[in-house]
Ligand binder design. Structure first.
Ligand code: SF4
Length: 394
């Protein structure tokens, strides 16, 4: 249950006029916490305007050296932002370098075979990001002369680019004054404003974008966006107590003033993931391993996977399914051995797996192909989900 009373007001900022929601809020949070009166949009603007100079100065002084900050060109910013979604900075760095070596610009990315792009992405997960990068690169070749468009709206129209990425590319590479609101920004501001509303709600994100649009410095929008994100990544951290004594926003932070840092941000509990049990087969035959291509749509689309069966099967059931017990196939079986259990977590589903290695003298027929193992390693994109069973192979 929640009740929100709103009234419209307007503030002027720079050349544009933004409609800002003035809130007189009586609200119950998604987590059912104590009702807290929220500060108004005008008060938020005043707080931000007050701390922006300190924050910008702090960022100029302390910004980390990151590979994508060296030459903040649109293509490079775009690739880094897509890679950084759901992935830690340290994990992204080697992938970023390798990706830019293989695909140094929009043209190279657009013209590469999809499997090469997926192979280069292997291990980063969320492979739809890689496929969308390539689709967007193709559109940039067709419509924008091989460049990313210097327009927030046109960026947003490209596959895989939402408000956040469009804002980051537009502000950092093209100096367009638009915000880039991600989880870091929402967390930091929820603490600064002691805002007990659920930050996973789209309405909060939209309201935050409008708020930042009204205060973003026209002469340094990229540095402004990066500064808030940097605070979220290094100081106002998601796990553990925030390092308020180092924070350039500390002087105006309501959560800090009240000693309530740990109450924010408020987030509705995530839905429980679906659990799927699978029996994974490592089918080996004379230096080759069996793989099959996943469908072009859905989870891990277009990637190659090890053959698997639903549920946990016993060795006898596996032998039956593969028809290893009939006379001719039985003769070719040299060994079947249990490889242990493994788990892989996707955003909405968990795979619980048990794996078996099956060595045969002749290939076992099925909806898979046998590929020489060195070739598998070089060319075939295999998702991390199978890493517990491919470790010895790849
Ligand atoms: S003062 Fe502390 S709680 Fe407030 S924004 Fe900074 S790090 Fe976060």
């Amino acid at each position: 249950m929640e009740q929100v009373k709103t009234e419209q007001t307007a503030t002027r900022q720079g050349a544009g006029e933004q409609a800002i929601i003035k809130q007189t809020v009586t609200e119950q949070t998604a987590a059912g916490q104590t009702v807290t009166e929220q500060i108004t949009a005008e008060q938020r603007i005043v707080i931000l305007q007050d701390v922006i100079p300190t924050m910008m100065e702090w960022y100029r002084r302390t910004a980390r050296d990151l590979p994508w900050r060296e030459r903040p060109e649109a293509y490079r910013v775009w690739i880094s932002e897509i890679m950084l979604q759901q992935t830690r900075i340290e994990a992204v760095k080697p992938y970023y370098d390798r990706f830019l070596k293989q695909f140094p610009g929009v043209r190279e990315l657009a013209e590469a075979p999809e499997e090469q792009v997926l192979k280069c992405w292997e291990g980063l997960g969320y492979y739809s990001r890689a496929r969308n990068l390539q689709k967007a690169a193709i559109l940039c070749m067709e419509n924008y002369g091989g460049e990313l468009p210097a327009s927030y709206e046109e960026l947003k129209a490209l596959p895989g680019i939402g408000n956040y990425t469009a804002g980051a590319v537009a502000s950092i590479a093209y100096r367009i004054p638009v915000p880039a609101v991600d989880g870091n920004v929402l967390r930091v501001l929820s603490r600064v404003f002691a805002d007990s509303r659920d930050i996973s709600r789209q309405s909060i994100k939209t309201e935050t974008e409008k708020l930042l649009l009204s205060v973003i410095p026209q002469d340094a929008p990229g540095a402004f966006n990066e500064a808030i994100m940097e605070i979220g990544e290094t100081i106002c951290i998601p796990n553990g107590f925030p390092l308020c004594e180092q924070c350039p926003l500390a002087a105006r932070c309501l959560a800090r003033e009240r000693g309530e840092q740990e109450l924010y941000p408020v987030k509705a509990p995530k839905k429980e993931r679906r659990k799927e049990e699978k029996t994974i087969l490592v089918l080996l035959c004379q230096g080759m391993a069996a793989v099959r291509k996943r469908p072009a749509k859905g989870l891990l689309a277009g990637m190659y996977e090890l053959p698997w069966m639903s549920g946990y099967l016993s060795q006898e059931e596996i032998a039956d399914c593969l028809q290893l017990s009939n006379a001719s196939a039985g003769e070719v079986l040299s060994s079947i051995s249990y490889m242990g259990a493994a788990k892989h977590i996707f955003s909405h589903v968990e795979w619980h797996m048990k794996g078996y290695m099956i060595q045969t003298e002749a290939p076992i027929p099925g909806d898979w192909e046998y590929v020489p193992i060195p070739e598998l390693k070089e060319k075939y994109p295999i998702p991390n989900a199978f890493s517990a069973y491919t470790e010895g192979l790849l």
